[in-house]
Ligand binder design. Sequence first.
Ligand SMILES: Nc1ncnc2c1ncn2[C@@H]1O[C@H](COP(=O)(O)OP(=O)(O)OP(=O)(O)O)[C@@H](O)[C@H]1O
Length: 589
Amino acid sequence: MARNRFDVDENLETPFNIKHLLRAGVYIGRHKKKMILSLLYSAISAACALVGPLLIQRAIDVAVPEKNIGELVLLSVLMLVSIILSILFARARSKYMIVVGQEIIYDIRKDLFEHLQKLSFQFYDDRPHGKILTRVINYVNSVSDALSNGIINFVLEIFNLILIAIFMFACDVKLALIVMAGVPLFLVLVLLIKPAQRRAWQDVSNKSSNLNAYLHESLDGMKITQAFTREEENAGIYDKLNKNCYKTWMKAQYTSNLVWYSVDNISTWVVGAMYLVGLMMLGPQVQIGTLIAISSYAWRFWQPILNLANLYNTFINAVAYLERIFEMIDEPVTVDDAPDASELPPIQGNVTFENVTFSYDGAVNILENFNLQVRAGESIALVGPTGAGKTTVVNLISRFYNINSGRLLLDGHDIAGVTLHSLRSQMGIMLQDSFIFSGTIMDNIRYGRLDATDEEVIAAAKTVRAHEFISEMEDGYYTQVNERGSRLSQGQKQLVAFARTLLSDPKILVLDEATSSIDAKTERLLQEGLQALLKGRTSFIIAHRLSTIKNCDRILYISNKGIAEMGTHEELLRQEGNYYHLYTAQLES
Ligand SMILES: Nc1ncnc2c1ncn2[C@@H]1O[C@H](COP(=O)(O)OP(=O)(O)OP(=O)(O)O)[C@@H](O)[C@H]1O
């Protein structure tokens, strides 16, 4: 999935590739039994429905002239039974198909989500989340119908077509040939219209994917939109994307209608021709019952053809969607366990950067030959100008990104050679934007250690001074909070996140601007809790407010792709370098 934006169409313009349909066979194969049963039920239903005209023919041509009441009653009963059976089997089939369709959706979504959770930060950095949602929801929905109903219908319509042709020829060969004469003409028309039709439907999915991407982005940024009164401009952008959806939909509908009109016209002409010839031949050659029966088959004969034309379109689109879905399932997990990865044993917390070079885009290095040795239990502060690479340094310790060269060691173990789970489960990370999930506050604190007791959760909250405000909420720890914690203040969110991190009892702690939204009074209180939290753990603290990191064992001033200055607060002040200037500037302000 290439780097993309809400105003850039995804490229769906790939030739029909049967490979994707075959691969989708894995999902269909799991429901083989139900599919076969559905097919059987469909076939029985179709065969029952086709018996009707033959019964009518028999009634008109034989039973009525012979005034055979017994046979007429029998034919009526048979007609009724055939209709009832046809309906019952059709119902049973559609019940199975609904189940299969939903199971296929379930399976594909499960695989997609499991894979999405493994994909690296880089993947999410590069893509609008609305487009990922479109793949997981819209594309999977469309594909599931093609894979369940589509395949069954395809087989069924072919079966129907053959059966109707047989019934027609059984009635009258010459008239049947007239009805079939329209088929080659229809095929030519379809071949002419199809490419445009396919492009038109692909346009529809592109435009609705763009709309979703923009909608998602807008919902995320709604507060900023309102703060900057950008509603009108955004409504304009949305309107444009919305109109694109409308226009492409209308165009696609128009091209699809062309096929329908073609079938309608051709079928009317050939059936008309068949009536004409049939009426001219009426008499000993063609009886009235035969003409009625064959005309009924003739109308039915064109329905499966129309359905097959539509199915062709469904498959073409499904293959394009499948390609996008498989592309996402195949998206390489760039940050993954090495094949021979070992479990990182419980660590002390020694961290070593050995000549680490890192770049996000492969072009510009953010860190170059970065070297650092941190002893277990040490607290390290990272300061420096915006964009210098402080967050990057701490992101690398958790291996959210792979380094380009060099080594990163924890207690002497190269993090590239250990499992991500054993590595990250020993890390505690707190970011400035403390994400709160929907659920209770208790759930949120327990997020990183599901087996923690309520008492442990409360103890963690007390340590980080979160207990007081939580207790004041209407349901205390069981108060429901919304996704992103919209009913909590920024500072309260950070305190909850602190408790969450403390509870997970990490050996290495990363606090990235974690106390920026906490007021000075709470922070003083928190500092006490923080001291308890930091005790016995290696910690990396990024803070722009230098008063919060003065007491760290070492302060690193990051700039120019590496460490420009390093030492204790006092040592750095004595150097009168960058840190000194930064600190005195903050004191003055
Ligand atoms: N996901 C990303 N993809 C590409 N470039 C990135 C990405 N994240 C950060 N960068 C770039 O890497 C550089 C370092 O970013 P980083 O976030 O580490 O800086 P920082 O020192 O933590 O900044 P701040 O103090 O503003 O938080 C910046 O120039 C930034 O533009």
